[in-house]
Design a protein around this ligand. Structure first.
Ligand SMILES: [Cu+2]
Length: 501
């Protein structure tokens, strides 16, 4: 038998099978095997019905956002960048649970954009993922986001188009609980960011260079952005891929640190957001403990620590009791040079010199993924109805970051989707097959880590580690899950959790 005959026979056999299947589907359209998958899209009536069922105060909070280009100075360098309302960090949006948030977005950029409401279990058609939940807002166009807020906590909004949030297109979103049980005197909202735009190039330049892969670095290519040898024992090895010239604490570099006025004995609630693209931050006060109270908006059993590590997209709330004088709150990039910090001042003493501050934070160090949920937010005990294994794949060599070996294609978002059905308890095993850590983020839900771990939406998954979590499928629509390393996500480390009927 020659090989061409074998091949023809195989093709003939496959075609015959396909024809039989097609005929069968005509004859018995009710056959479950032949039914096309019925995905619950953002335009589905269920999405509005679930929104109407969310509790409402009847109050609407409106905040206009204008995405545009503006001039500013970062770390002493005059530059032009992109942001909301002409600033590196957009306005802090504050509302209460039950309020409706209304955000008219005007796009003054030369390209399309969108806004994603990071961490919120909101209506699917307001999630801000072009190609999945809405068409992108075109250059010169506008879009009104309007949705109810049903969970208190520290959240974040940012563009979900290309590398835009690596410029200034992000800001803090704080949702207050009128029955807030935590006692504190003041609140300090802190956005941490790794900044290169206008200093060493643009995020798009960096992305283009990294996309060639590390295999290219053996050739005679000048590497401006790719960072080699950034290591963090805490993160299990390779800490990051990108050389960062400035680390920002509320938009300000270390030489121009923000000063927060307080009084001795005051309890400050720190609301810390890691808005960076490629940098985890280790945050703490030298010689003083902070008390961790929440991660990703949800309360945890309080823990006193010397420092806490936040992956990109994670948030931590902590209580800091103010001592007299100047208190530095350090944010040290894991495995990278430089630092960001802010100062608390009680009006006495003198501000410490940048050079006089320690460059490490050691002692008891943890991260949100290692905390324990407060009992009030534990998921009810229930066996999983469905289990999905999500393998994190790819390498620095080809820079082909992917999920289950598939790089996400916005033109075919449901290819390789993780199907789920309403009211299921879904268990997800995130298996990291790569040699690098990834901060994995799920849209539209808050999951609970195994063994009564924290309720979260973004979790650090270390190299070769498996992280298991569960969530309730109670928010119909199409929701992506992805690495919050901006460069990894842009290369395709994105999957889709897809509600089906
Ligand atoms: Cu990643």
């Amino acid at each position: 038998m020659n090989s061409s005959f074998t091949r023809r026979a195989f093709l003939g056999a496959s075609l015959a099978t396909a024809t039989t299947a097609a005929l069968a589907s005509c004859a018995q359209s009710a056959s479950p095997a032949a039914k096309p998958i019925d995905r619950i899209l953002p335009t589905d009536r269920l999405v509005s019905q679930y929104e109407e069922a969310r509790p409402s105060t009847g109050t609407t909070v409106t905040q206009k956002l204008s995405a545009g280009i503006f001039d500013t100075t970062v770390a002493g360098v005059a530059l032009s960048t992109w942001g909301y309302n002409g600033a590196i960090n957009g306005p802090i949006i504050r509302a209460k649970i039950g309020d409706t948030l209304n955000v008219p977005v005007a796009n003054s950029l030369a390209e399309s954009t969108s806004v994603h409401w990071h961490g919120l279990a909101l209506r699917n058609d307001a999630d801000g993922v072009p190609g999945v939940t809405q068409p992108a807002i075109p250059a010169g166009g506008s879009f009104d986001y309007q949705f109810r807020l049903n969970q208190p906590g520290t959240y974040w909004y940012h563009s979900h188009v290309d590398m835009q949030r690596e410029r200034g297109l992000s800001g803090a979103l704080i949702i207050e609980d009128p029955r807030e049980p935590l006692l504190y005197d003041q609140e300090w909202v802190i956005l941490l960011d790794d900044w290169l735009d206008g200093i060493t190039g643009t995020p798009d330049d960096a992305f283009e260079e990294l996309s060639m892969g590390m295999d290219m670095s053996g050739m005679d290519m000048p590497m401006t952005h790719m960072l080699m040898g950034a290591t963090s024992t805490y993160l299990g090895g390779d800490a990051g891929d990108v050389r960062i010239p400035a680390h920002l604490f509320n938009g300000r570099a270390a030489q121009d640190a923000e000063v927060f006025q307080s009084k001795p004995g005051n309890r400050i609630r720190l609301r810390i957001i890691n808005a960076a693209g490629d940098t985890a931050y280790r945050v703490g006060v030298p010689g003083q403990k902070i008390t961790l109270t929440h991660t990703d908006g949800f309360p945890v059993q309080h823990e006193d620590v010397d420092a806490v590590v936040l992956g990109m997209g994670e948030r931590i709330d902590a209580i800091l009791t103010v001592q007299d004088g100047y208190t530095p709150l350090l944010a040290i990039p894991e495995g990278k040079d430089g630092r960001a910090y802010g100062l608390i001042s009680t009006g006495s003493g003198t501000a410490p010199d940048v050079g006089a501050l320690p460059s490490t934070l050691d002692g008891q160090v943890t991260d949100g993924g290692r905390l324990t949920a407060d009992e009030s937010v534990l998921l009810t005990a229930k066996a999983p109805d469905r289990i999905h294994t999500v393998r994190l794949t790819g390498s620095m060599g080809k820079y082909d970051w992917s999920i289950n070996g598939r790089r996400f294609d916005m033109k075919k978002p449901s290819a390789g989707a993780f199907d789920i059905s309403l009211d299921e308890r879904v268990q997800v095993k995130m298996v990291n097959d790569t040699t690098m850590w990834h901060p994995m983020h799920l849209h539209g839900h808050s999951f609970q880590l195994a063994n009564n771990g924290a309720r979260k939406d973004t979790v650090i998954v270390r190299p070769k580690e498996t992280v298991t979590f569960e969530f309730d499928a109670d928010n119909p629509g199409q929701w992506i899950a992805h690495c919050h390393n901006a460069y990894h996500a842009e290369r395709g480390m994105i999957g889709l959790f897809s509600y089906v009927r």
